[in-house]
Design a protein around this ligand. Structure first.
Ligand code: MCA
Ligand code: AMP
Length: 498
C-alpha cells in the first residue's frame, strides 16, 4: 500500500474543495484548495528533481509548521524521497548528530532557524526554494512506490543518549491513517485544528494524513499558543482536535462559557504522546462536555492502542489494540503475562517501522521474532483495557517532548566544575514532567549562571534543567548504578508550567 493513491482521494478527487488555511505566528493567513496543493507539490518535485534528488535520497526539514512543510512532504512522496523532519527546538549539538547520521542532500530551513545549522550540509532557504518552485511545471511527477518504500527517517532518542532514526515506510503511514480515519469516523465534513508540530509523528502521521485521507478541512497554526487558543477555537469552530496533555491542561484555564461553546462543536478531542492524568480527563469533560479519547503510540510504531470512539473512553487507560496491531504484555523473559499482571508491551503489525537507520545492533535488540519491544510497561484489565504504568528506561516526557536523561548528563559532564551529574524528571502541573539536574561540583570552577547560558546553546529548550541541585555525592549501588529514587527532592519546585 503506497500513499499517493490515498492522497489522491483529496488531491485529485476533491481538487476544487477548500483544503487548508495557514496562519503564521505574526497573523498572516493564506488559503488553499486540494488542487492548489497538488500543483504546488508538483512544482516543488520538478525543482527537487532538477537539483538532483532521486528516489531514496534524504531531504531534511527544520521548520515551524507552514504550508511549505506540506509541499515538501507531498513532493517527497511523489519522488520516493526519505524525508527527515527535525524538531525546531533542537540546537547545534542535536542537529549535527541528526544531519551526520541521516546524511541528507540538504536541509530546508528558514532564515530565522538557519543559524543553528552547522555548515556540513547544504542549507536550502525555504522562501527562496518556494519562489523558485513557483516557476516550475505544474504536471505531476511520480515514481513507483509500494508499502515498503521508505518515506521518512524520524529521530527518537535512544537509551544511549544519541537519537536513532526510525525508518518509516509508506505502508506504515498508510496503515496508521487508514485505521484512525475509520476508528474515529473522520469524514470530509470535519474541521481539524492543527497545532501540533509537523516534525513529530503525532502531528504528521496522525494529523496530516488523517486530513489528506478524509479530505476534511485543516487550519494549520505555526505552533500551539495557549493564550491564542480561545480565539482559534471560537473562530475556526473545529470538530477535531489532537493534542498532548500539556495542551489540555492549558485549555482547562479557559472561562467555562467559552469552554462550553467550544465543546458543543468539538466532535472528537484526542490526547496522546504522554500520560493524560485522569483528573484532567474528568475536568475537561465537566468544562467542555467532551470526553477526551486517549491513545498510545511511538515514533517507531505510529499508533498502537486507543480508547474506543463508540464505547467507554476510560480515564487513565489507553484502551484496546488498534485494528491492525497485535499486542502482548510480556515478562522479562519475553513470556506473556496474565491479565492484571504488569509487563512490557510488545507490538506487531504493518504499523511497525522497518528498523533503525544504519544501526543493525539497535534494530536486533528491539525486535524479537517479529515483535517490537516498546519499552513501555503496562497492564491489561480482564475486560481488555490497557493501562500504561511507566517505562523500562528513565525517559522523561515534558509537554509531549521526549528527554533521555543520559543525553543531558553527558552535556553536563563536559562543563567546567561539574564532577558528577544525574538528571531526573520532576512533576510539573502543565508539562507533566520537567528535568532537574543533580550535580556534584568543584566549587572553585563551577558557575551556575554560566552553565545555564551554555546549555541554552547546546540543548533544546525543553531539555534545559529547571533546577540544579548540588549534592555531596550521587547515591549509587555497589555496582555503581545511580539510585535516582534516593536523590533528595529539589528545594524549590521547578516552574515551567507557572
Ligand atoms: C514548544 N516550544 C516552542 C515550540 N513548541 N517554541 C517555538 N516553537 C515551537 N514550535 C517551547 C518554547 O521553546 C518554550 O520553551 C515553551 O515551548 C513555550 O511554552 P508555552 O508557550 O508556555 O507552552 P506550554 O503551554 O508549556 O506548551 C508547550 C507545548 C509544547 C506547546 C505543549 O510542549 C508542544 O508543542 N508539545 C508537542 C510535542 C509533540 O508534538 N509531541 C509528539 C511526539 P521554554 O519555556 O521551555 O523555554 S510524537 C509521540 O510522542 C508519539 C508517537 C505519540 O504517541 O504521539
Ligand atoms: P516518541 O519516542 O516521541 O515516539 O514517544 C513515544 C513514547 O511516548 C511512548 O513510548 C510512551 O512512553 C509515550 N506515550 C505515547 N502516548 C502515551 C500515552 N497515551 N500515555 C502514556 N505515554 C504515552
Amino acid at each position: 500500500m503506497s500513499l499517493l493513491p490515498l492522497f489522491d482521494l483529496s488531491l485529485r478527487a476533491r481538487a476544487a474543495r477548500p483544503a487548508l488555511e495557514c496562519e503564521s505566528a505574526d497573523g498572516r493567513r493564506a488559503a488553499y484548495t486540494f488542487g492548489d496543493l497538488e500543483i504546488r507539490s508538483n512544482r516543488l518535485a520538478h525543482l527537487l528533481r532538477a537539483r538532483g534528488l532521486q528516489r531514496g535520497d534524504r531531504l531534511a526539514f527544520f521548520l515551524q509548521n507552514r504550508v511549505e512543510v506540506i509541499d515538501l512532504w507531498l513532493a517527497g512522496v511523489k519522488l520516493g524521497l526519505i524525508v527527515v523532519p527535525i524538531n525546531v527546538l533542537y540546537r547545534e549539538r542535536e542537529l549535527t548528530h541528526i544531519l551526520r547520521d541521516a546524511a541528507p542532500t540538504a536541509v530546508v530551513t528558514s532564515r530565522e532557524l538557519a543559524g543553528f545549522v552547522s555548515g556540513e550540509v547544504p542549507i536550502w532557504e525555504v522562501d527562496a526554494l518556494a519562489a523558485e518552485a513557483s516557476g516550475a511545471p505544474d504536471e505531476r511527477v511520480a515514481v513507483p512506490a509500494d508499502a515498503d518504500t521508505p518515506m521518512a527517517l524520524i529521530y527518537t532518542s535512544g537509551t544511549t543518549g544519541a537519537a536513532k532514526g526510525a525508518v518509516l515506510t509508506q505502508g506504515n503511514f498508510a496503515t496508521n491513517a487508514l485505521t484512525l480515519v475509520t476508528a474515529w469516523d473522520v469524514t470530509a465534513a470535519d474541521r481539524y485544528l492543527a497545532t501540533l508540530p509537523l516534525f513529530h509523528v503525532h502531528g504528521l502521521a496522525n494529523g496530516l494524513h488523517i486530513w489528506l485521507f478524509s479530505g476534511c478541512h485543516m487550519r494549520l497554526l505555526e505552533r500551539f499558543e495557549h493564550l491564542k487558543a480561545p480565539v482559534w477555537f471560537e473562530e475556526y469552530r473545529p470538530t477535531l482536535f489532537f493534542g498532548v496533555p500539556a495542551m489540555y491542561v492549558r485549555l482547562l484555564e479557559l472561562p467555562p462559557e467559552v469552554a462550553r461553546s467550544i465543546g458543543s462543536r468539538l466532535r472528537l478531542a484526542v490526547s496522546g504522546s504522554a500520560p493524560l492524568p485522569a483528573e484532567v480527563h474528568e475536568r475537561f469533560r465537566q468544562l467542555y462536555g467532551s470526553v477526551i479519547l486517549e491513545r498510545y503510540g511511538m515514533t517507531e510504531t505510529l499508533m498502537n492502542v486507543g480508547n474506543p470512539y463508540a464505547g467507554e473512553r476510560r480515564p487513565g487507560t489507553v484502551g484496546f489494540p488498534l485494528a491492525h496491531v497485535a499486542v502482548k504484555i510480556c515478562d522479562e523473559a519475553g513470556a506473556p503475562v496474565a491479565d492484571g499482571t504488569t509487563g512490557e508491551l510488545w507490538v506487531k503489525g504493518p504499523n511497525v517501522c522497518a528498523g533503525y537507520w544504519r544501526r543493525p545492533e539497535a534494530t536486533a535488540a528491539a525486535w524479537v521474532d517479529g515483535w517490537f519491544r516498546t519499552g513501555d510497561i503496562g497492564v491489561r484489565a480482564p475486560d481488555g483495557y490497557i493501562t500504561l504504568q511507566g517505562r523500562r528506561s528513565d525517559l522523561i516526557i515534558s509537554g509531549g517532548f521526549n528527554i533521555y536523561p543520559r543525553e543531558i548528563e553527558e552535556v553536563l559532564l563536559e562543563q567546567p566544575g561539574v564532577r558528577e551529574a544525574t538528571v531526573v524528571g520532576a512533576p510539573d502541573p502543565v508539562r507533566g514532567e520537567v528535568p532537574v539536574a543533580y550535580l556534584v561540583v568543584d566549587p572553585a570552577a563551577f558557575d551556575e549562571t554560566a552553565l545555564g547560558q551554555r546549555l541554552r546553546t547546546q540543548l533544546a529548550s525543553f531539555k534545559q534543567p529547571r533546577a540544579f541541585v548540588r549534592v555531596a555525592a550521587i547515591p549509587r549501588t555497589a555496582l555503581g548504578k545511580v539510585q535516582k529514587h534516593l536523590l533528595p527532592r529539589p528545594a524549590s519546585a521547578p516552574a515551567a508550567g507557572a
